[in-house]
Design a protein around this ligand. Structure first.
Ligand code: SF4
Ligand code: ZN
Length: 343
């Protein structure tokens, strides 16, 4: 006996919703998924009519579903938004070049303007070149720091009011866990926010319309909608720490599907005791980007790369930053320390 959709009771159910356990037909699943994203957008007042919104597009499933759903909801509910796609080209041969082809096809399919900003153009370094210099251990630190700034720069070039990213519920829960495990209170406080206001010049407000969407449902949505997305992992993806948090969360989810929401809920409701020292945000004295140090992380990492001292921005070398940036000579042992690379 085929199982009937528990929502319409007419069509045959084709899936069991990971989030609720309901058996649904394709159409009812699409409707429920889209309505939940709409409710998230409305409840958190993510957008205002007339705004220009940049969808951060990587060609992966999350950002492809985000672009698709944002276009659909904008038309269905008359949000009055002007949507654009912004992509970052990290310069990873065999990965990003292929996924950008997907983004270009999405641009045609969704008829949205697209801006691609590249690390090479912004920083003079591709990730391929960075990995040749720093190896495969800290590459994601460079990539993550550069990407954050690259998206802002792309958004400013396009004059967008807001950037929306494809972070889903699993990503947010994973980040909560990682910040707990690292004791990073400042990030823990920020990471569950569905939207961030501009923290200063050069920083564009961001939001996460898929914050409450389960990764499994995003995959199902993309699959049943036959969306065109790129599913290969980055060839430089050794991010072991996040990987452990992810595996842990997936194990929890298999026993108790609500674990993902529960972790987010816990993160949202944590409050930081008074008196806990938080970094004070200022601006980078070199590029003007927000920073809690004299130089932003991106400028320190770049300086390290350009001087052949890749470890400058990794770990705690604040003591040496001043010395290096004021062109004072380093001792031999200091140079050795900053040069050593772990392959
Ligand atoms: Fe960049 Fe690391 Fe992500 Fe690859 S896995 S795109 S190197 S952050
Ligand atoms: Zn800077």
């Amino acid at each position: 006996m085929p199982v009937l959709c528990s929502s319409c009771s007419e069509k045959r159910a084709v899936l069991k919703r990971p989030k609720t356990g309901h058996s649904l037909c394709k159409e009812c699943f699409f409707g429920a998924f889209e309505e939940e994203v709409h409710q998230t957008i409305v409840a958190a007042k993510l957008f205002k009519p007339g705004e220009t919104v940049g969808v951060a597009a990587s060609g992966g499933k999350d950002s492809t579903v985000l672009a698709h759903v944002m276009k659909l909801l904008n038309e269905r509910h008359g949000y009055g938004l002007r949507l654009m796609l912004i992509s970052v080209d990290e310069g990873i041969t065999g990965y990003r070049d292929d996924s950008l082809e997907t983004v270009k096809r999405n641009q045609q399919q969704y008829e949205l303007p697209l801006k691609i900003v590249s690390y090479e153009e912004l920083y003079g370094w591709t990730m391929d070149a960075i990995v040749r210099q720093v190896g495969l251990k800290n590459n994601c630190t460079f990539c993550g720091v550069f990407r954050r700034q690259a998206l802002d720069r792309g958004a400013i070039m396009l004059k967008v009011d807001k950037i929306c990213t494809g972070h889903n519920a699993d990503d947010v829960a994973e980040t909560v866990l990682m910040n707990v495990l690292r004791g990073d209170i400042a990030r823990l406080r920020r990471c569950t926010a569905i939207s961030t206001a501009s923290e200063g010049d050069g920083v564009v407000p961001r939001c996460k319309p898929l914050k409450y969407a389960y990764e499994k449902e995003i995959v199902l949505y993309a699959y049943f909608k036959k969306l065109d997305y790129f599913s290969t992992e980055c060839i430089y993806s050794p991010n072991a720490y996040r990987g452990h948090a992810r595996t842990f969360l997936k194990d929890l989810e298999s026993i108790r599907p609500s674990s993902i929401m529960d972790v987010i809920h816990s993160g949202e409701n944590l409050s930081v005791r008074e008196g806990v020292k938080m970094p004070v945000q200022g601006t980078c004295s070199r590029c003007g980007y927000i920073s809690s140090q004299a130089l932003c992380k991106s400028c320190v990492l770049l300086e390290g790369l350009n001087r052949g001292l890749p470890k400058l921005g990794i770990g705690k070398h604040h003591r040496l930053h001043e010395k290096i940036l004021s062109q004072q000579p380093l001792t031999e042992s200091e140079q050795r320390k900053l040069k050593s690379v772990d392959f």
